[in-house]
Ligand binder design. Structure first.
Ligand code: SF4
Ligand code: SF4
Length: 382
């Protein structure tokens, strides 16, 4: 089986302002292409795509393919669970939404030290083991968004977990915050298969600064920039699956080819990645993956990842003026949603951000950038 997995969280939309309006026909075409090339793994979750992602599984897979043709993973997030009864309520609703009789993989979602406490209080580990014993789930695991130390503690306390899902990418390989390498090595030490999430860091590693792009293209002129990220993750021993949140057939084709070409990285390639990572770390761009967890609880209804994406796009413009299309798009968005300056600094978003971004301060930058039209052009960075 191809190592690539389809992350059903950045699907093409019929309405760009509404994640729940998924372009199902486009997802059907992407699914057909993936299955025809041996990619059979589909990863969804309760909250993805405005709570509609699991229904898309039914539409594009369950209703169109025999069960053995594909594998599915979904998740329980303690954020949606108020009491123990909610665990079953959500689980059986997930089976109904997907039209499935069992899930291949089921995960406790977005584990970190504070959510771990909540998952323990709700007895979710034992609950999930029961689901496995009942044949409603084939394998159980969790996605981890914390340090290698926290991961090790969970794996020691819960040897019943079959696999772990980790944020692994070449930019965060040696980072102190995400700790990709250390978390990966911990999972391998415990003999757990690894499923990689965010290998392209929400698109950040598909669209690198020009200086980094030049280095990568010099070594592999015919390969896309994103292919480095997919190949890097897929080349690691012990990595069973690499999830990519693909939004178009073009991305599917490129990711498929990259996963098929994955092989051990040579020293010259690793050196290019080390240099590119240095360049990215010096770049002013916001390292937001677009997961949108931060928007769930924002009292000011600020479309945080969309503002960060516009801001990043504008920082890359060689000549920054108040006339760029990002400014127009910012104005349009802020008619429907809160402006960046509407942030009341409650901090809800930062508690939920898996990338540990200082969202409140970054929004101040975004507000200064987009809401101050009379400003002088900023000096070029990089
Ligand atoms: S700190 Fe600002 S952006 Fe974050 S949740 Fe609160 S109001 Fe929203
Ligand atoms: S700010 Fe954090 S939580 Fe929000 S979309 Fe970006 S990475 Fe995700």
């Amino acid at each position: 089986m191809n190592k690539l997995g389809f992350g059903l969280m950045r699907l093409p939309r019929l309405d760009p302002n509404d994640p729940a309006k998924v372009d199902v026909k486009a997802v059907e075409r992407m699914t057909d292409l993936l299955l025809s090339r041996g990619c059979r793994y589909f990863d969804t979750a309760w909250g993805y795509q405005g709570y509609q992602s699991e229904r898309v599984v039914k539409q594009v897979l369950t209703d169109r393919y025999p069960r053995e043709a594909f594998q599915t993973a979904t998740k329980l997030h303690c954020y949606f669970v108020n009491d123990k009864a909610d665990r079953d309520r959500i689980f059986f609703e997930q089976l109904k939404k997907t039209g499935l009789e069992y899930f291949d993989n089921y995960l406790l979602h977005d584990m970190n030290a504070s959510y771990l406490q909540r998952y323990e209080e709700l007895d979710c580990f034992a609950w999930l083991s029961e689901k496995k014993q009942q044949g409603l789930v084939r394998r159980i695991g969790f996605s981890c968004h914390d340090s290698a130390e926290v991961l090790e503690g969970i794996l020691r306390a819960h040897p019943e977990m079959d696999f772990v899902q980790l944020q692994i990418n070449w930019l965060d390989w040696e980072s102190e915050g995400i700790q990709s390498r250390r978390c990966y090595e911990t999972a391998v030490k415990f003999g757990k298969p690894v499923i990689v999430m965010e290998p392209v860091k929400g698109g950040t590693l598909a669209n690198v600064p020009e200086q980094a792009e030049r280095l990568m293209k010099a070594l592999h002129p015919d390969r896309s920039i994103a292919s480095w990220a997919i190949r890097f993750a897929a080349s690691l021993p012990g990595v069973e699956r690499v999830l990519s949140g693909m939004g178009s057939e073009e991305m599917v084709r490129d990711n498929l080819q990259s996963a098929e070409e994955a092989d051990t990285f040579c020293e010259a390639e690793m050196e290019v990645l080390r240099q590119a990572a240095d360049i990215l770390r010096r770049s002013p761009a916001v390292a937001c993956t677009g997961c949108a967890y931060c928007t769930e609880d924002c009292p000011a209804n600020i479309p945080i990842p969309r503002y960060f994406s516009l801001y990043n796009k504008d920082l890359k413009e060689p000549e920054r003026t108040a006339m760029s299309s990002s400014f127009e798009y910012y104005d349009q968005l802020s008619q429907y949603f809160g402006k960046a300056s509407a942030c009341i600094r409650c901090g809800n978003c930062e508690e939920r951000c898996p990338q540990k971004l200082p969202v409140r301060n970054l929004l101040k930058e975004v507000a200064a950038h987009f809401e101050n039209r009379n400003r002088e052009p900023e000096p070029d960075v990089m």
